[in-house]
Design a protein around this ligand. Sequence first.
Ligand SMILES: [Zn+2]
Length: 171
Amino acid sequence: MRSDRSESLVTTRRTRRPDRRRLKALRSYTIEEVARTLDIHRNTVRNWIKAGLPVIDSKRPILMLGSDLAEFLLRRRDARRQPCQAGEMFCLKCRKPREPAGRMADFVASSVTSGALVAICPVCEGLMYRRASLARLYVVAGALDVHVTWAQRRIEDTAIPNVNCHQGHEA
Ligand SMILES: [Zn+2]
């Protein structure tokens, strides 16, 4: 379970998508093992769990089934293919673009130019994410009531799930 890589120095943005074919369906994985198998940061896996990736039970260490992980990655791919309108965000659990509960969202700024909208799904109450640049925030957010906050550390920029809605239908 030892990791030789220093986590604190990981700030590089990964552009390659995790390859779900590396996962074995019937195997269970710890957060560490998922990170190693998919070559991603452990915080990314933790954020997937927050965003609806099922875990096997509440015991430590947290374990995830390979087939659940593969399914989760498939849903994220679907999210990229379905357009969100202004004021909508994609719910990973429902697999649909939806208007957030109460028409409210937080914009978590990770730099002076970009960040992500975070909101609650009105149907399943799961978390919804949508990346946005500050310049386009008012286009993307539509009529939503947006509260702007700052990410505490730079590393959170890479930890937010990379759920991009199709951009072509907004402008
Ligand atoms: Zn939902």
